[in-house]
Design a protein. Structure first.
Length: 205
């Protein structure tokens, strides 16, 4: 996959989901008091985000193991954990929620349980939406956590394939303790390293 294909097929899809989530802020204030606020729109978003996490995790597993799409087509969430964690401790990666500065670690639970709570909620909504109160799992908190998980795993995939940062940047999240690159034009970037150092560098584009 070329960088252009990635930005169109993977990052562009992420940005679409992020924009769809941000559209809900007109009706639901993005604050912790609304964590349990549920709607059909949030349910639809959670299902779409969970499905895209499957897509991105399979692609990352394919690259890490040097396998084909057919080879990883039957991989599940346990396979993702085993393969991706073997290539780096991604479960501890965190991002900043730019809305309020909250630091999110949506994959952290994978250190101690079989799958993160937002993933369990996604599956309950996907497979058992009509029973009990599972439809209420399509809520602000689950969508925020799942979207941040998709952001992190997509950034890991992009870094592994191309380095730097995908453009346009996310309006909701920023990787914590990662070097950031801000394009200023003509191949020049302002670089802010994880230790706070700043520099201006030029990369061949």
């Amino acid at each position: 996959m070329t960088k252009e294909e990635f930005l169109s097929r993977v990052w562009g899809y992420y940005i679409m989901l992020e924009n769809n989530f941000m559209d809900t802020f007109v009706y639901v204030e993005p604050v912790t008091e609304n964590n349990d606020t549920f709607s059909k729109e949030y349910g639809k978003l959670l299902l779409s985000i969970g499905s895209e996490i499957d897509v991105v995790c399979k692609e990352l597993c394919k690259i890490i193991e040097n396998k084909t799409a057919v080879d990883v087509s039957r991989y599940n969430v346990v396979d993702y954990k085993n393969v991706i964690s073997g290539d780096g401790n991604f479960m501890n990666e965190s991002c900043v929620y730019l809305i309020n500065g909250e630091v999110l670690q949506p994959w952290l639970e994978w250190n101690t349980v079989d799958r993160p709570s937002w993933w369990k909620n996604y599956n309950s909504l996907k497979h058992d939406r009509l029973n009990s109160d599972n439809y209420k799992l399509g809520n602000y908190s689950n969508v925020k956590d799942a979207l941040s998980a998709l952001y992190i795993i997509t950034r890991i995939l992009y870094k592994k394939m191309f380095s730097f940062e995908p453009i346009p940047k996310s309006n909701l999240f920023q990787m914590k303790d990662w070097t950031t690159y801000n394009k200023v034009g003509n191949g020049f970037y302002h670089v802010l390293s994880s230790n706070g150092g700043m520099s201006l560098v030029h990369f061949k584009e």
